[in-house]
Design a protein around this ligand. Structure first.
Ligand SMILES: Cc1cc2nc3c(=O)[nH]c(=O)nc-3n(C[C@H](O)[C@H](O)[C@H](O)COP(=O)(O)OP(=O)(O)OC[C@H]3O[C@@H](n4cnc5c(N)ncnc54)[C@H](O)[C@@H]3O)c2cc1C
Length: 450
């Protein structure tokens, strides 16, 4: 029996489901999937990060007597050829994303595929309310997981140390250029491994609750990218902070479960990938020029522009800024959250379908346990509250470095400054807010009548 261990979003050897469940002779593989890669721009930062992570995984597997065969192909071709070479079955972690589900179903027609839960703590299919329906609201969902969240640690999966490396040609390592990409500079936090990031965050966890919304401070953990690609398991993040057994760690762990919640929602309500979770029908603004201004950070609202330019330059955006730009797009510009979601999917280093869809539907007030439709973030109040001195805004938009920060927090304050050229806000904030609330109210009432 020869098993193929297909690494996808579990690029680690610790607490890894396939290394734990595998037996005897194994061929660990990673596929640079042409189907996914061909739709991405050459300068995609994520590919540089994944590339680097795959090479590190290869080294780690070598250090335990195994290796990693790397392919640049369509998965179907890879598995057809592995079947022809006599491999019997494939072990992989469950991937709940819609492309991944379809892809895995196709592979299963070629070779038996055993999927293991690995990227999330909770198996969404194993957890329902007493009435046998899924949870839709975060707090009861979280409370219902008390048996997990109150435990001092969750047993990590031990690696099977008896595995034998299959004979195979492990030498092929395509260059980034060969797979169609240019090497990108990674943000400095991605130069650290997951545990170094957690060690760094541990020093500031006591201030996390208070500081995490101040987007000019580096207060959060920055662990989302590592979680996304499985460089650490959520279980090990949980265990790391549980060991401190204090209120601040508990607060942080609760945040981790938002990731679990949005995955749970997407698994139980797959239609919410493409449609409003609450089924309301909204006539969105289809103006492409408005959308492009938002994407490019040319809205004339400093906090929005800085957040979007920063996203475009680095692939990162602070959580509070994600909420603020999502509210601006869906409420002030009244543009469909799906367009914002798609744009984030293209840009975010930590892009994860379930959290992104959940976050966007939350911001648009169309999702599970979403922000109420009448809650519209005022971008000027947000920047005044969380970046009073304009530190973040100035760091991203150098032409604003000499502008008095208080002007950032007043509608059209920045454009009134004669010494810098800055556009007027593309939309009247209070008028657009009122209009959005009216439209949502109508859509909700119509939905109730239907
Ligand atoms: C519109 C919008 C889109 C988003 N898209 C994504 C996305 O594509 N990928 C992604 O990982 N997160 C997404 N988030 C959630 C959140 O912004 C990021 O998880 C967080 O900013 C990552 O930084 P961090 O690891 O430093 O977070 P921390 O504050 O240190 O939180 C630790 C971890 O908890 C989890 N977490 C915290 N808040 C949330 C949340 N609201 N939803 C889901 N998980 C959460 C994440 O796994 C995060 O890494 C989105 C939020 C919004 C409002």
């Amino acid at each position: 029996m020869s098993q193929v261990l297909w690494f996808r979003r579990d690029l680690r050897i610790e607490d890894n489901a396939i290394l734990s469940n595998a037996k005897n002779k194994v061929l660990p593989i990673f596929i640079f999937d042409k189907n996914i890669l061909q739709s991405l721009p050459k300068n995609d930062i994520r590919v540089s990060f994944i590339y680097q992570s795959v090479l590190k995984l290869k080294e780690k597997l070598q250090s335990i007597g195994l290796d990693l065969a790397i392919f640049y192909d369509e998965p179907i071709n890879v598995f057809k050829s592995l079947k022809a070479k006599g491999f019997d079955e494939v072990l992989c972690s469950v991937d709940f994303d819609s492309y991944a589900k379809k892809r895995d179903d196709e592979i299963e027609k070629i070779l038996p595929l055993r999927r293991f839960l690995d990227s999330f703590i909770l198996n969404p299919n194993d957890h329902l309310k007493k009435d046998a329906t899924p949870y839709k609201v975060f707090t009861p969902f979280y409370k219902s997981l008390n048996i997990i969240t109150s435990s001092s640690s969750i047993e990590p999966l031990a690696r099977n140390k008896e595995l034998i490396k299959s004979v195979f040609d492990y030498d092929f390592i395509p260059t980034l250029k060969q797979i169609g990409f240019e090497k990108q500079n990674l943000p400095s936090f991605l130069k650290l491994d997951a545990f170094s990031l957690l060690d760094e965050f541990k020093e500031k966890i006591n201030d996390y609750k208070v500081n995490r919304d101040f987007f000019y401070k580096n207060a959060p953990s920055n662990i989302s990218v590592h979680l996304r690609f499985g460089l650490i398991s959520p279980k090990l993040v949980f265990n790391y902070f549980k060991a401190f057994d204090d209120e601040n760690s508990e607060f942080f762990i609760r945040e981790l479960f938002w990731r679990e919640f949005y995955n749970y929602i997407l698994v139980h309500y797959p239609y919410s990938e493409h449609s409003n979770f609450n089924n309301i029908q909204v006539q969105w603004n289809e103006n492409e020029e408005d959308f492009n201004k938002w994407c490019e950070g040319k809205t004339g609202v400093p906090i929005i522009d800085a957040a979007m330019i920063h996203l475009n330059n680095t692939g990162t955006m602070h959580n509070r800024l994600r909420m603020v730009v999502a509210s601006f797009l869906t409420k002030n510009l009244f543009i469909n959250w799906k367009k914002g979601e798609k744009y984030f999917a293209l840009k975010l280093l930590d892009y994860e379908a379930s959290s992104n869809i959940g976050g966007w539907q939350w911001g648009a007030s169309t999702g599970a346990d979403a922000s109420p439709y009448f809650r519209v973030f005022n971008p000027y109040i947000q920047s005044k509250k969380f970046d009073k001195d304009g530190i973040f805004i100035k760091s991203v938009i150098p032409q604003l470095k000499d502008v008095e920060p208080k002007l950032f927090h007043i509608e059209n304050g920045t454009s009134s400054n004669l010494f810098c050229e800055y556009p007027k806000s593309m939309v009247d904030i209070s008028l657009s807010r009122k209009q959005a609330i009216e439209k949502f109210k109508r859509a909700k009432n119509e939905n109730i009548r239907n």
